[in-house]
Design a protein around this ligand. Structure first.
Ligand SMILES: Nc1ncnc2c1ncn2[C@@H]1O[C@H](COP(=O)(O)OP(=O)(O)OP(=O)(O)O)[C@@H](O)[C@H]1O
Length: 467
């Protein structure tokens, strides 16, 4: 345990004292991720992942826009979306902490384990169940007008032992939009933002994100689950701030062939197509197709689904809702809720390792400011003034979401949206003030309850874990 009973522990802000810090579990685009345990009596010992967001270069703290957006994300409640349980703003260094349900595994580690440790492919039941749940979570996000924009194996979390074992949780949803994930490595932590899952329209400079960019990424992840290797492993040109990444496009074209205006009519309107057409077209690509890479028979449902996800034209690319209805999921093996334990007892259960934890790392910069630096009462009302408009806008946005959502959200039969116990905490001096939750979030949950469910026989229990 880190700094237990130390001076640091005693001077920590009150919000942090509801957690027992275990250590650091990762570092990503936005900052560090820590493992902590809840000290709240009702959930004592429950594991929580706390993401600390870096202070912006300008050092101006968390913008009201970011808070509004995060409040919106907090209301996304779905079994296949990681649950944002708490939001904390630390006035000591004006940093933002998001507390999520903890997931023991992610697809990056699962794929790596198969590639490097067990050297066997992931069983077809697990691949199908993982893919179905990713699509189910994505369908929920897309039908609520949220585009993830940064889907990749490390953002696809899988729950470890317990009632939710093997359940997929999409992580980091919506954050790319709020924090404008940098398209280049961050100089201070060396984390590289991968371009391997980036859709061709983005690489060619499209200014309009649509949910189709997520479906391209899912196609890349699907292929990677089957082959244990990233499908399009382009080398990023870090010297260029432009979205145009020729090597990445080259890797795509080598498998799928040259895109043509015939198949993709809006191709010619993309800024980097017009600028680089000659150099792209001067290369002849064979279009060997997937068979050369992904071991799927060309006429199989799996092959058909993958090719529809990797359709060049984003308008023609299969949507999450359509993909969920695809024949692939109606054939054996039928996908299930616990993706890690095959329904067929003859299949091997692979024990995946727990996340490594760096026990030597402490939360940085979270000591409470000395009394002289405490926000005075006018500052405090300043911070609450910032919050209230956020809440109001949040409620309006929520209303818009409910009214505009026409797609049904697929959710296992009998699985209710988790009853949110999350609160927004704003630290005022040394006190932490829980904020009221807007009533509108009931709408999202109600929608969850009228769903289609997994194809096949699976009936999940009517229980939901709460923190
Ligand atoms: N809720 C969570 N539970 C357990 N581990 C998590 C959770 N959220 C993130 N992680 C893990 O923490 C590590 C860092 O995550 P983070 O999302 O910050 O970075 P990343 O996914 O590697 O890259 P990026 O920030 O670009 O998305 C990853 O291994 C990720 O799987």
């Amino acid at each position: 345990m880190v700094a237990n009973g130390s001076v640091k522990q005693r001077t920590r802000p009150e919000w942090l004292q509801q957690y027992e810090l275990v250590g650091k579990i990762g570092e990503g685009t936005y900052g560090l991720v820590y493992l902590a345990r809840s000290k709240e009596p009702a959930h004592r010992g429950t594991k929580i992942a706390i993401k600390k967001f870096k202070q912006s270069k300008e050092g101006d703290g968390v913008s009201p826009t970011a808070i509004r957006e995060i409040m919106l994300l907090r209301e996304c409640v779905h079994e296949n979306i990681v649950k944002l349980v708490n939001v904390h703003i630390n006035h000591g260094d004006m940093s933002l902490y998001l507390a999520f349900d903890y997931a023991e595994h992610d697809l990056y580690e699962i794929i790596r384990h198969h590639r490097e440790k067990v050297t066997c492919s992931i069983n077809p039941y697990t691949v199908k169940s993982l893919l179905w749940q990713i699509l189910n979570g994505l369908n929920y996000l897309h039908s609520n007008w949220i585009i993830h924009r940064d889907l990749k194996p490390s953002n696809i979390l899988v729950m470890g032992e317990g009632e939710e074992q093997g359940v997929v949780k999409i992580g980091d949803f919506g954050l790319a939009r709020i924090f404008q994930a940098p398209s280049r490595p961050l100089s201070d932590n060396g984390v590289v933002v991968t371009i391997w899952y980036r859709a061709p329209e983005l690489l060619l400079g499209s200014k309009h994100y649509t949910s189709a960019v997520d479906m391209w990424a899912v196609g890349c992840i699907f292929a990677e689950l089957l082959t244990l290797k990233p499908l399009f492993q382009g080398i990023e040109d870090k010297s260029s701030p432009s979205p145009f990444q020729f090597d990445q496009l080259d890797k795509i074209f080598k498998v799928l062939g040259n895109p043509t205006a015939d198949k993709w009519p809006t191709l010619t309107t993309l800024p980097h197509w017009a600028q680089n057409r000659q150099s792209i077209q001067s290369r002849k690509y064979d279009n060997p197709g997937f068979y050369s890479i992904v071991q799927l028979p060309p006429k199989s449902p799996g092959f058909d689904l993958l090719s529809k996800m990797l359709e060049y034209d984003p308008i023609k690319r299969i949507t999450a809702a359509q993909a969920l209805e695809h024949e692939y999921f109606r054939n054996d093996p039928i996908p299930g809720r616990n993706s890690l334990v095959p329904a067929n007892s003859a299949d091997k259960v692979v024990p995946y390792p727990q996340r490594p934890v760096d026990y030597s790392t402490d939360f940085d910069g979270t000591t409470a400011p000395p009394p002289s630096q405490m926000p005075n009462s006018s500052n405090m009302s300043g911070s609450s003034n910032q919050l209230h408009p956020s809440m109001n806008v949040n409620m309006q946005q929520q209303h818009r979401i409910q009214n505009s959502n026409t797609l049904s959200v697929n959710q296992p039969v009998g699985m209710h949206g988790m009853n949110s116990s999350s609160n927004m905490y704003i630290q005022r001096g040394n006190a932490t003030v829980p904020q009221q939750q807007p009533q509108q979030q009931q709408g999202l949950r109600r929608k969850d309850q009228t769903n289609v469910g997994y194809p096949g026989h699976y009936q999940p229990p009517n229980k939901s874990r709460r923190i």
